[in-house]
Write a new protein. Structure first.
Ligand SMILES: C[S@@+](CC[C@H](N)C(=O)[O-])C[C@H]1O[C@@H](n2cnc3c(N)ncnc32)[C@H](O)[C@@H]1O
Length: 240
């Protein structure tokens, strides 16, 4: 299968993804809320409830972007949250939000690639990834590196879009992603490709069962998923 990339040029997917998120960072939060009518916030909160029972103290938010998942994870009362991302542009806005909310005593955002970052083995209680895995250049490499970093028994929580297959959600979704998302995305972000890459990359991403089995294959235990938002997205949970 051809690799889905933002700008379809010669650069690596990783470079293109970082460039795209740098380009749209100034509008990312606004467009997230506009295009999803705000429901993405509830999905992150639900993820946090799923991982709450183990009371994680050290949390890693991979592909943290503008930091919304890291900020939501404050509900768990952790000692430390590290957010990593390959887009400095996205994290610039995240850092501003975290400072404004007076959360920099607990949350640190730093450059880091899910696939190669060298945080110590067995050092993190829980890892969250919101709408990030779909953008990895090498999905399995990223999942394996996160498994290495998790403590035994530590939890992985991935939130990712799903392509709905049934009437009428499929028809609504197709219309939204064909006409509304690219038009509003282009208008507000000024990036011609970012909001066309979004549905393309969702379509190319493994379906719920397949992603659950990839998690199992790379070595996670108890991998399973919960659909959210009328199957528009799914929360995947797994353990080391
Ligand atoms: C759609 S944004 C999601 C941001 C945030 N997690 C949220 O829930 O809103 C995807 C983010 O993944 C980041 N990303 C993509 N590949 C990555 C990788 N290999 N390592 C770390 N971050 C990555 C992008 O730079 C971008 O900021």
């Amino acid at each position: 299968m051809a690799e889905i990339t933002p700008y379809k040029n010669q650069d690596s997917k990783k470079d293109q993804v970082a460039q795209m998120f740098d380009n749209i960072a100034f509008r990312y939060d606004f467009l997230n809320s506009l295009l999803s009518l705000g429901i993405h916030k509830g999905w992150r909160k639900k993820c946090i409830r799923f991982i709450a029972s183990k009371k994680p103290k050290n949390i890693l938010d991979v592909a943290t972007g503008t930091g919304d998942f890291a900020i939501a994870a404050m509900k768990l009362n952790p000692e430390k949250i590290i957010g990593i991302d390959i887009s400095e542009g996205m994290m610039k806005f995240g850092k501003e939000k975290i400072n404004k909310l007076n959360l920099s005593h607990t949350i640190t955002l730093q450059y880091g690639d899910a696939e190669t970052c060298n945080l110590p083995d067995n050092s993190i209680d829980a890892i969250t990834v919101g709408f990030g895995v779909r953008n990895f250049e090498n999905l399995e490499k990223g999942l394996l590196n996160m498994l290495r970093i998790l403590k035994p028994g530590g939890q992985l929580c991935v939130l990712e879009f799903t392509t709905p297959r049934k009437f009428p959600i499929k028809q609504f979704y197709d219309f939204h992603f064909k006409y509304i998302t690219p038009t509003l995305g282009k208008l507000f972000s000024k990036d011609d490709r970012a909001y066309s890459y979004l549905p393309e990359s969702i379509k190319a991403f493994p379906d719920n069962e397949r992603f659950t089995s990839i998690l199992k294959k790379v070595g996670y235990k108890k991998s399973h998923f919960h659909s959210v938002g009328l199957v528009l997205a799914a929360i995947y949970l797994a353990e080391k």
